[in-house]
Every structure is written in structure tokens, then in C-alpha cells.
Design a protein around this ligand. Structure first.
Ligand code: HEM
Length: 467
């Protein structure tokens, strides 16, 4: 009886404490002019609901509080905005004090000179540098044949009737391609060791910043240290080399005088390039395979487009070129539709550098704003029958890719500089994949869509070589 009484008393005290803490957190953030919303418990806020129920959680809060509401997630007081006009304004007006607001773990691990960590004139400079490495002119004149070669080689050796984990294969393909574009072929010997350290860095960048042995953040930091060590060695070796015909991105960093970057800046730019396209490109490739599998009519039209490119070639081993890429109209539509339907990027994070008025609300200095762009991808006015995989919509309405609310690649001064590179790589992958292979799902695969798109147990398919 005494034990039961004790349990009741302790439970009562705990519930009371939770209620008081939650109330205290609401009062603490009851600042005049802030949007409505719930701040949850101190420190944890509503992080758990956000991570576990993502889009559902955001929809239910917006039904309660409106398209702009306050919350506390990932360790920071945050405004979530689903308001299309406000989102566009935020993306277009970084100069008014709306700078990137990515979590500390991400910035610590990606480096102080990472493009997401800098703003103002430094951002402009770093961005021009990246564009000089991966912009359309350089893809067209230099990178295209190499991308073609790396992807073709990666896809050439899948035996008939083999089961492959296409999630893993596309990740390996994208990383290997970026690695070789940066370092050329001479760094093959360090590839495996480098990749495993880089994978730790990626996981650490998306973790809570708790620097304690055993945590992902701790491993991520160690991964970064090892990645930086290897990069310093490669740079030193390259600087000491008497050869001058490397013609890869590293060479561009070291000899291009227009953007004379310091070594730390070069290292963080390399990490940025490897990091930014890694998950986005590979996940889009995997999801395109999934949607095409589920929609045989789209697969047939895509295959026809690529077979007709093959027919124009004098022999079957002939590589693709820029004109072939420009003729892949349906392929581009498949990629855009995949990015839309799967919502590969849910939104972007910003931070206020001063108190500011937005949409009639007052947002205090230092608050994060989650520019949540996911819902616009399912707007039935823009995309009729939004849950249907329908690549043809991008051909029927040519303006879809340039309309104001096409934010799949972000917008404003931070709009993705790797957009065309990503689409080129996925197009080349689809070309070799659908012309060389047919495939069926092994079955029972789960796809998780939030906080990022992934197949937690892998996405397995059985491939069959086309005759
Ligand atoms: C198909 C896949 C891709 C998608 C969906 C995508 C999406 C995005 C989005 C939404 C942003 C805006 C971030 C923000 O505003 O804070 C962004 C920025 C960026 N992306 Fe991509 N991206 C893709 C591929 C790539 C590739 C292949 C690269 C490079 C190799 C790349 C490099 C970057 C960089 C460097 C930024 C930062 C730009 C800046 O801050 O000025 N992306 N991307």
C-alpha cells in the first residue's frame, strides 16, 4: 500500500513538473508580435513530434495556428512558414538579415568556410568559385564526357539476374563520380578509406551536437579530421608535383588565380561539393527507378527516348554528348516529377540577424525560420492529381519549371548551383540503366519520406540484361 502511494505521489509530482516546465516555456516565449504556436518542453521543444511525424505534425500545427507558427525544434526556437509569399520573400532577401540557419552540428562538421556558413560578399565569392567549377559552360565543355565515362563504367558489370541494392549502388556511383571529377584517377588508391571517413562526416552533420565518445557527432568530427588530413596530403603532393596536365577540379582550385583561395577554403569547398550532391542525386536516382517501376507507361516512353538516342550512334559503345542530353526532354520531366513527388528537399533553414517584421509578425533576432516548401509540391492548382507520378505535366506546361513557387532547388541568391550537374548525372544514369537493363522489385521494401527520403533496409531490385 505504501509503495503504491509512493508511486502515485511520484507520478503526480513528475506530471506537475512537466506541466510547470511546459507552461514556463510558453510564458518565456510569449513575446508580443510572435506568431501563435506551441514551444513544448524546454530544450526538447517539439523535436520528437517533428522528427517522427514530420509533414503530419506540421500540417496539424498549421491547421491549428495558421500557415506561419512558432515551435521549438532541433534545439532552437523556430518559426515554420508554409506561406508561399513569405517563403519567397525570405529566399529573395538574404541581404535584409535572413541568413542560412543550419544546425551547429552541420556547420561544425562541414567547416567554417562552407558555403552555408558564410554570407554577404564572402558568400558571393565562394558561390562564384563553385559556379566556375560546376556551372553549365564547364559541364558542357569539360565535365560531360567524364561523367558519362564514370557512370557507364559503374553500370557495366551487373550480372544477369543479380539482386542489387539500388540505394547503395546510386550512392556509390554519385560519390565516386564527384570524387573523380575533383581528384582525377590518380587518387584511386585512397578512395575506400576516404569514403568511409566521409560517410561518418555525413552522419555526424545530421546529428545532435553532443561531443561525447560514441555519439554520431563525435564520430562525425573524427571523420572530418581524417578527411581534412587526407585532403591536405593530396594538396601537398599535387603542389610538389612537376606534372601540369591534371585538368581536374583540384587543379582548377590550385592554379586558377581569379579565385585564389586559402587552403582551408579549398578544403571546405571540396567537402561542400562532395556533400551537397551526394544524397540529393543518389536518392533522386533511386526514387526515379522506383516510380518508373510502378509506372510502366512512363518507363516505356523513357526507354523509347533513350533507344532512339542509341539508334543515332554509329556503334553501341559510342558515348553520350551534350546534344544527346539536350534532346532528353522526357527524361528531364521524369527527374523533375521524381523530385516533386518524393520531395527530396523539404525546405531550407534561415536565421534572423535582427528583430524583424515579416507577414505582420515580429521575429526576434537569432530565431530560426524553417522555409517549409514541401506542401507546394502537392498543390492541386499547380499539379492536378498531385499524388500521381505524371512526368507529362512538365511537358504540357513548360512554365512549371520556372514558376515562382518551383522551389525544389531553393531560390534567390542560394538557388542550387549544382542543379544542372545533378540533372545531367541522373539523366546519364537513366540512359544507361534503362537501355542496358530491365528490372523487378524483390519486394517488401520500405521507403521513409521524412526527415529525408531513404529506404531504411535498402531498395533491392533484380536486374536482367537487355538483349
Ligand atoms: C538533384 C539534386 C539536388 C537538389 C534537389 C538540390 C537542392 C538544393 C537546395 C534546395 C538548395 C538551397 C539551400 C538553401 O537555400 O539553403 C541547394 C543549394 C546548394 N546545392 Fe544543391 N541540390 C542538388 C544537387 C546538387 C549538386 C549535384 C551539387 C554540387 C555538386 C549541389 C550543390 C549545392 C550547393 C553548393 C548549394 C549551396 C548554394 C549557396 O548557398 O549559395 N547541389 N541545393
Amino acid at each position: 500500500m505504501a509503495v503504491l502511494l509512493m508511486v502515485v505521489v511520484v507520478s503526480f509530482v513528475l506530471i506537475l513538473c512537466f506541466c510547470c516546465l511546459s507552461k514556463w516555456n510558453q510564458i518565456r516565449y510569449r513575446i508580443k508580435g510572435l506568431p501563435p504556436g506551441n514551444m513544448g518542453f524546454p530544450f526538447f521543444g517539439e523535436t520528437n513530434d517533428f522528427l517522427n511525424h514530420g509533414p503530419k505534425f506540421i500540417k496539424s500545427q498549421s491547421a491549428r495556428y495558421g500557415k506561419v507558427f512558432k515551435t521549438h525544434i532541433l534545439g532552437s526556437p523556430t518559426i515554420i512558414s508554409m506561406d508561399e509569399e513569405m517563403n519567397r520573400y525570405i529566399l529573395m532577401n538574404e541581404g535584409k538579415g535572413l541568413i542560412p540557419g543550419y544546425p551547429k552540428s552541420m556547420l561544425d562538421i562541414l567547416g567554417n568556410h562552407n558555403i552555408a556558413a558564410v554570407y554577404g560578399s564572402t558568400h558571393k565569392y565562394m558561390r562564384q568559385n563553385i559556379l566556375s567549377l560546376i556551372g553549365i559552360p564547364i559541364i558542357k565543355h569539360k565535365l560531360f564526357p567524364r561523367i558519362d565515362y564514370y557512370i557507364r563504367t559503374h553500370l557495366s558489370d551487373w550480372d544477369d539476374a543479380t539482386t542489387i541494392n539500388i540505394q547503395q549502388k546510386t550512392m556509390d556511383m554519385v560519390f565516386l563520380m564527384a570524387f573523380k571529377l575533383i581528384f582525377g584517377d590518380e587518387s584511386d588508391s585512397i578512395y575506400d578509406g576516404f569514403k568511409s571517413e566521409f560517410d561518418k562526416l555525413v552522419i555526424g552533420s545530421l546529428s545532435l551536437p553532443i561531443n561525447f565518445p560514441g555519439t554520431s557527432y563525435y564520430h562525425g568530427f573524427k571523420g572530418r579530421r581524417n578527411v581534412v588530413k587526407v585532403l591536405k596530403e593530396i594538396i601537398a603532393k599535387r603542389r610538389a608535383s612537376s606534372e601540369n596536365n591534371y585538368e581536374d577540379m583540384l587543379d582548377h582550385f590550385l592554379v586558377e588565380t581569379k579565385f585564389a583561395l586559402k587552403e582551408e577554403e579549398i578544403i571546405d569547398q571540396i567537402v561542400t561539393i562532395l556533400y551537397s550532391g551526394y544524397e540529393t542525386e543518389s536518392t533522386t536516382s533511386m526514387m526515379a527507378v522506383k516510380y518508373l517501376h510502378d509506372n510502366q507507361e512512363a518507363l516505356q516512353e523513357l526507354r523509347d527516348e533513350h533507344l532512339s538516342i542509341r539508334e543515332r550512334k554509329s556503334d553501341q559503345e559510342q558515348t553520350l554528348d551534350w546534344d544527346d542530353y539536350k534532346s532528353m526532354r522526357f527524361t528531364r520531366a521524369v527527374i523533375l516529377e521524381t523530385l516533386r513527388l518524393a520531395t527530396i528537399t523539404n525546405g531550407v533553414l534561415r536565421k534572423t540577424t535582427q528583430d524583424m517584421k515579416l507577414n505582420g509578425f515580429v521575429i526576434p533576432e537569432g530565431w530560426r525560420i524553417y522555409v517549409y516548401t514541401r506542401e507546394i509540391n502537392y498543390d492541386p492548382l499547380l499539379y492536378p492529381e498531385p499524388l500521381k507520378f505524371n512526368p507529362w505535366r512538365w511537358l504540357d506546361n513548360k512554365n512549371l519549371e520556372s514558376h515562382n513557387y518551383f522551389l525544389i532547388f531553393g531560390g534567390g541568391s542560394r538557388m542550387c548551383p549544382g542543379k544542372e550537374l545533378g540533372i545531367v548525372a541522373i539523366s546519364i544514369f537513366l540512359h544507361y540503366f534503362v537501355t542496358k537493363y530491365s528490372w523487378e522489385e524483390v519486394g517488401g521494401e520500405r521507403i521513409r519520406y521524412f526527415p529525408r527520403v531513404e529506404a531504411p533496409d535498402g531498395y533491392h531490385i533484380r536486374v536482367k540484361k537487355n538483349l
